[in-house]
Design a binder for this molecule. Structure first.
Ligand code: CP
Ligand code: NVA
Length: 305
């Protein structure tokens, strides 16, 4: 594995290996077993969008692995003044050992990988959020004991989360059902990937999507960069809400997941959020362990052989 740009690039075996390593790193973390496998290595972390979880979990994860995390705000870099991604990639490759980037265009992340000579990690784009979905799969596997055959239902906008959940879920043998308005479906590349897979369903009926689900997942109606559409989206997505009535049609032991930040009263009710807070904050915690697995696999694969 050279980069972690989107789950479409990775096989079920690669994803499973990352999940197994994440479990091991979580165990070592909980038992204070040192794992400084990235001593002397630096990770540049470029953010052109806000973040709480991604920034703090990558920064802490690098520290726990014995390496150095370098936070770089897109606005402060020359990138913000128009220096090309291709040049930024080639310059940073001379200084640091890996780059994590959160930005708008998926193409920018792909270009970093093309022009740089070090591992690149996607910390969220408009298209994908692979680090989040790795943590989601880890959490679902922890709670349900397996992924194969587990029904994952996503309700809401066909955004970066929906795209990555479809790919990650189907690749690991899950049944994935998506409930989105017709005009806000997931990306065409992802729908093409899922087409014909008997484990995939797409509907605008949220009750149909959530029927007998083992996991219900949701995300905000307006993602970062869509703030100008927020009022219009509130009208479109009004019925795409995870509340008591929807949860009642899922399996009795259904778990709820949310990548966070959550907008209570919009995509999820306060009642359902709090009833499933333990699962949701396990998911947030697992960002740390899952990303450490990605960092180690990319930046020091010899340590895990
Ligand atoms: N879920 C997630 O990526 O959170 P942040 O935006 O806080 O990083
Ligand atoms: N879809 C959301 C996810 C945030 C983690 C966004 O892109 O803002």
């Amino acid at each position: 594995m050279n980069h972690f740009l989107k789950l479409l690039d990775h096989s079920c075996d690669e994803i499973t290996a990352l999940l197994n390593l994440a479990d091991q790193l979580k165990y070592e973390n909980k038992h204070n077993i040192p794992h400084h496998h990235l001593a002397g290595k630096t990770l540049a972390m470029i953010f052109t969008k806000s973040s709480t979880r991604t920034r703090v979990s990558f920064e802490t994860g690098m520290y726990q692995l014995g390496g150095f995390p370098m936070f770089l705000s897109g606005n402060d870099l020359q990138l913000g003044r128009g220096e090309p991604i291709a040049d930024t990639a080639r310059v940073l490759s001379r200084y640091v050992n890996g780059i994590m980037i959160r930005t708008f265009k998926q193409q920018d992340v792909e270009d970093l990988a093309t022009y740089g000579s070090i591992p690149i990690i996607n910390g969220l784009t408009d298209f994908a959020h692979p680090c989040q979905v790795l943590a989601d799969l880890m959490t679902i596997r922890e709670h349900k004991g397996r992924l194969d055959g587990i029904k994952l239902c996503y309700i809401g906008d066909g955004n970066n989360m929906a795209n990555s959940l479809i790919v990650g879920g189907l690749k690991t043998g899950m049944k994935v059902s998506i409930g989105t308005p017709k005009a806000y479906q997931p990306d065409k590349t992802v729908l093409d990937f899922a087409e014909g897979n008997p484990n995939f369903t797409l509907t605008d009926d949220i009750f149909e999507a959530a029927a007998d689900a083992d996991v219900i997942y949701t995300d905000v109606w307006a993602s970062m960069g869509q703030e100008g559409e927020a009022e219009e989206r509130k009208k479109v997505f009004k019925g795409y809400h995870v509340g008591r009535e929807l949860v009642a049609v899922a399996k009795p032991d259904v778990m709820l997941q949310h990548c966070l930040p959550a907008h209570r009263g919009e995509e999820i009710s306060d009642e359902m959020f709090e009833a499933h807070a333990n699962e949701i904050f396990d998911e947030a915690e697992n960002r740390l362990h899952a990303q450490k697995a990605v960092l180690l696999t990319l930046m020091n694969p010899d340590a895990i052989r």
